[in-house]
Design a protein around this ligand. Structure first.
Ligand code: SF4
Length: 627
């Protein structure tokens, strides 16, 4: 029966095709249903189905009829907001509503509510008060403690409290969900599931007995007060939460919310290579559900359809990125055999044209944990592996990645294998052997390689948790040398971010000068976007670096953000007025003019002209002073 309908059911008719009368679990999600391992819903549904459970999916419910589509599941509803936070999906960094949505059929925005996890859970709890609701995915994971919400411009409570869910799974949820399912199926009540790693639950404060070593963050009522004291407490809470997100040494973390306490159990260990292989070997359809065809499909599939994910986790841990607080800093990988097997499947797909678009993950060139010591002791809580410089304990090697890429290139029907995920260039140039760098340049770039120096001011880079710009300069120099040696024309496209905490207008000018010197004309620049749960968002809200508690300058006004952004594209005529304004305010008149080192020409229309040296006329040289 099951091979008739290879996608998991999203309608009652499809459920009946499976021969099911009632689902064990219903997944309610903020995205359209795409059965591809880049989508969280696809992974969780496949893992549960593989474990023997009947799983149905309600993508983007619009009304009660949708929520009631499958009736009451036997064990629980599982809710996620989609592949990305619903507020990030809906709004730009300038808080403007987006019109497009890569995770919705037809690509149009408007099929999921703001803060989808909370809206879906509340609705399910009103319709089925006695059915457990477990929440997970990026939105739930990054909002698991009291968190600054940029769009509300205030600290919101943990999404567990806000939504009224029974259990929250954080991080990548394969192991959590199977344990939850097995224990519910064995007759345990959801309220007794308080010992599962990688989950958060809430208890009445009066009933909670703290266990030894528990780490307590400031209560929601205190960290949400927008004064100096509240912000200091918020920054300290952020430090605790980030430091304890370690599967080896992470401890239980609690946070009071009124009469309730949110309890976070230590993280679930990352999947082993065998477990990763098993997950990625599940029978994904690698496409959107056929019912979306009439809307033109789901655009999000295009980026990933012919891409391969080979790793998880990131020890780069940039402060503005949410990966470290979701997937963790410990890198885990699939075996080469598993990736090759998936690649062969891709080559058999009817629309495969011979190109693998990516062999990556959060960072493409990580194929092992940063050091061996972390497997016993955990990752260092007060130190980054790559910034400000590469830790001496880091094992720098591209050997296995290189083997994987060579094996992929050698497969029949494959013309090219590209790498589109970010390459960590500091790790790359720390490698004593250059084979990977050489083969990257020769085989794996489709004209342009995207890299992320993010800024050129070392003051800003320090706040971002990135290496100093000199490291990028070394990488850039060698990249072009190697490119020339193979007779290719290909370029670096640097990702840059304006207005990150710590970035003053002086820093933005320094970046503009850097761009000019390096002949870079960035087409796109990204304003810093304070998304939930990152260290940089904590800096944005509190004006403090939670690692050091040092005050951090934060560009906040629209005008300053516009000026910083304009400086990154100083060459665009429409940015001229903003660039001139910023340069004048900072007294950098030497950068206004038509000389080779100037950023903009003077604006004659406004009657402004660049400062001129006083003319040495007979009159002003020889005019005798009046006595
Ligand atoms: S010892 Fe170095 S490489 Fe290992 S976790 Fe600590 S900072 Fe990272």
């Amino acid at each position: 029966m099951e091979d008739i309908m290879p996608f998991l059911p999203i309608t009652v008719e499809e459920m009946r095709q499976y021969g099911w009368e009632q689902p064990d679990f219903v997944i309610v999600t903020g995205d359209a249903y795409v059965d591809h391992p880049s989508f969280g819903t696809a992974i969780i549904s496949r893992v549960l189905h593989q474990a023997g459970y009947k799983v149905c999916i309600v993508p983007q419910p619009q009304n009660d009829k949708d929520y009631n589509r499958f009736g009451r599941p036997k064990y629980a509803f599982l809710v996620n907001g989609g592949n990305i936070d619903s507020m990030v999906a809906h709004y730009t960094a300038a808080k403007k509503r987006r019109s497009d949505d890569a995770y919705t059929a037809g690509g149009k925005s408007g099929s999921r509510p703001d803060r989808a996890v909370t809206v879906y859970t509340k609705k399910l709890k009103s319709l089925y008060p006695d059915v457990p609701v477990c929440i997970g995915g990026l939105e739930a994971s990054l909002r698991r403690f009291a968190h600054y919400d940029y769009w509300d411009d205030r600290v919101r409570p943990s999404v567990l409290i806000d939504s009224g869910a029974d259990l929250l799974m954080y991080g990548m949820g394969e192991k959590h969900i199977v344990e939850i399912a097995d224990r519910l199926a064995a007759g345990e009540d959801i309220s007794s599931l308080t010992d599962i790693l990688g989950t958060c639950y809430s208890v009445n404060a009066a009933e909670y007995t703290p266990i030894s070593g528990v780490q307590e963050c400031g209560a929601y009522e205190l960290v949400s007060v927008p004064d100096e004291k509240g912000k200091r407490l918020y920054a300290k809470a952020c430090k605790i939460q980030q430091a304890e997100h370690d599967a080896v040494r992470g401890r239980t973390v609690i946070q009071r919310h009124g009469q309730k306490i949110v309890v976070q159990n230590p993280p679930m260990p990352p999947l082993t290579t065998e477990e990763m292989d098993a997950v990625y070997g599940l029978p994904f359809m690698r496409d959107y559900h056929p019912s979306y065809e009439k809307f033109g499909g789901v655009p999000g599939i295009k980026e990933v359809k012919f891409s391969l994910i080979h790793n998880r986790g990131c020890f780069g841990a940039c402060n503005f990125c949410s990966i470290a607080f979701h997937q963790g800093r410990q890198v885990s990988v699939r075996s080469r055999e598993s990736v090759i097997k998936e690649a062969k499947q891709l080559t058999e797909m009817p629309d495969f044209k011979g190109y693998i678009h990516d062999v990556g993950g959060p960072t493409a060139n990580f194929r092992r944990p940063s050091c061996d010591g972390q497997l016993k002791k955990g990752l260092c809580p007060d130190k980054k592996c790559l910034a400000p410089s590469v830790c001496p304990a880091v094992k720098v090697t591209h050997e296995d990645y290189l083997k994987l890429l060579r094996e992929l290139r050698a497969l029949p029907k494959i013309k090219k294998v590209f790498i589109r995920s970010g390459i960590r260039f500091d790790y790359l140039i720390a490698d004593q052997h250059e084979e990977f760098f050489k083969e990257l340049v020769k085989h794996h770039i489709s004209g342009q390689l995207k890299v992320a120096p993010e800024h050129s001011s070392n003051r800003v880079l320090k706040r971002m948790g990135k290496p100093p710009i000199e490291v990028y300069n070394r990488f850039e120099k060698r990249f072009y040398e190697l490119t020339e040696s193979v007779g290719k024309k290909q370029y670096l496209v640097p990702y840059l971010m304006s207005s990150h905490p710590g970035s003053t207008k002086k820093d933005a000018i320094e970046l503009a000068v850097f761009l000019k010197k390096h002949g870079l004309h960035p087409e796109q620049v990204q304003d810093f976007y304070p998304t939930p749960g990152t260290v940089s968002t904590c800096m944005f809200y509190t004006g403090l670096d939670p690692d050091t508690m040092e005050p951090v300058y934060v560009p906040r006004t629209e005008r300053e953000k516009a000026e910083q952004r304009a400086l990154l594209q100083y060459f665009k005529p429409e940015n001229k007025a903003l660039v001139l304004s910023a340069l004048k305010k900072e007294g950098r008149l030497n950068l206004i003019g038509t000389g080779p080192n100037c950023l903009v020409a003077p604006d004659k229309r406004q009657g402004y002209s660049a400062p001129k040296k006083p003319k040495k006329t007979i009159r002003n040289i020889h005019k005798p002073k009046k006595k």
